[in-house]
Design a protein around this ligand. Structure first.
Ligand SMILES: Cc1ncc(C[n+]2csc(CCOP(=O)(O)OP(=O)(O)O)c2C)c(N)n1
Length: 390
């Protein structure tokens, strides 16, 4: 496989350090793209992808359902049913492409925005929403789906992922590990430390950075002077920039990076160049720091529209397919709305149960003290929408 200016090949011929004039002069240097914004299939010399018609349709289905899930969650937050929501609008292709590249033995370490990856790992959307409603502390068993709990501390999961990958390596297990993080997280020391450890221990880990170009209100110009994917070269492993709105390119490149890690060739950085179309979270107002024209330009690169155009152009989906998907999407939305609204309030003492794996006398004491305190309130036992009369 040829080494190109993208920053390194998937088969470990060693990293390259391409010269760069300084700040990111072009928005898309070395971008791997397999599907143009107009929905034309393009080939890339290093990254081939051969999908069946069903697989194209399945990817489209994932993108549509994940966007619908996200839209419902945003609406539920606005209706006061969720405390907060971190929307992935615009990042569906990066998440579905990379998520569908994962094998059953691979293990993912997400941030707080990886709802599309969670979907691909089979995590029930209602479990995710329980966390944002405040009725659980994560809601899923990471061991069931090989999908770690969300990490709010920026960049911390990169270290967790490398540690886990080193454990996999030492115990001779087959799976690779993927760590998700954002462009803002790449400024954290934790991510640099994770890169160093992964490189020197040749850990089977893929670093998947969704560069959505904003770290809340901080633009990428204030985060980096060279394109993000080139940073990998300084640590001694390859980096690739992929069109993050192209689900095919994200799938092909992540698949290659994971295979490379499983073969024992060490880490790789995938920078998915994308855009956060909505607010950072429902607590944020991007109109205070972002130009409307920027959003309009990115809407034209919508990840769902381009795959839809491809399906249409190639006669891969008929009206029946789109109607069925619409019905499925409506059904999912209803399940989410009904499920969130009827989530029972948790037992407030539940948090003590997970402090240690085994019973602990001090925790028992704290639980008893907290229970007594809780029982001292007049409305003790009242539940939202029931005795409280709301
Ligand atoms: C260690 C730490 N510092 C600061 C924050 C506050 N914070 C939450 S999100 C965020 C920006 C993250 O940007 P990025 O990594 O690009 O991810 P994005 O949210 O854009 O997907 C910050 C600074 C935090 N959660 N953790």
């Amino acid at each position: 496989m040829a080494v190109d200016h993208v920053g390194g090949p998937p088969e470990g011929a060693g990293p390259t350090t391409p010269a760069h004039p300084g700040p990111d002069a072009s928005p898309t240097p070395g971008l791997v793209q397999l599907l143009s914004p107009e929905g034309e299939r393009v080939e890339h010399p290093d990254w081939s992808l051969d999908l069946t018609d069903d697989e194209y349709r399945d990817l489209y289905r994932d993108l549509v359902l994940v966007r619908r899930f996200d839209a419902e969650a945003t609406a539920l937050q606005r209706q006061g049913e969720l405390g907060l929501w971190a929307s992935l609008l615009g990042q569906e292709a990066a998440q579905v492409g990379s998520g569908r590249a994962l094998g059953t033995r691979d293990y993912a370490f997400p941030t707080y925005r990886e709802h599309g990856v969670a979907w691909c790992r089979g995590v029930d959307p209602l479990n995710l929403l329980g966390m944002f409603r405040g009725v659980n502390n994560g809601g899923w068993d990471p061991g069931t789906n090989n999908f770690h709990l969300y990490t709010i501390v920026i960049g911390a999961q990169a270290l967790h992922a490398v540690g886990y990958a080193m454990g996999q390596q030492r115990s001779g297990r087959e799976g690779a590990v993927i760590a998700y993080f954002g462009d803002g997280a790449s400024s954290q020391g934790d991510v640099s430390e994770a890169f160093t450890f992964a490189a020197v221990f040749n850990a089977p880990v893929v670093f998947f950075c969704q560069n959505n170009q904003w770290a809340i209100s901080e633009p990428t110009e204030r985060q980096m002077r060279v394109p993000l994917y080139q940073r990998a070269a300084g640590f001694g492993f390859p980096g690739v920039r992929v069109d993050g709105n192209d689900v095919l390119a994200c799938l092909a490149v992540t698949r290659g990076a994971l295979e490379r890690a499983r073969r024992g060739e060490g880490p790789m950085l995938v920078e998915a160049f994308t855009y956060r179309m909505g607010a950072h979270t429902t607590s944020d107002d991007p109109t205070r720091y972002r130009l409307a024209a920027e959003l309009e330009a990115w809407k034209l690169k919508d990840p769902i529209e381009r795959l839809k155009a491809y399906l249409h152009k190639n006669g891969l989906a008929d009206d029946g397919f789109f109607a069925d998907l619409q019905a499925e999407s409506d059904e999912l939305a209803k399940r989410i709305r009904d499920g969130v609204r009827t989530m029972p309030d948790p037992d407030p003492t539940l948090m003590f149960d997970h402090a240690y794996a085994e019973p602990h006398p001090l925790v028992d004491e704290e639980r008893a003290e907290f229970s007594a305190y809780h029982a001292s309130f007049a409305d003790h036992g009242a539940h939202h929408g029931q005795e409280g009369g709301q």
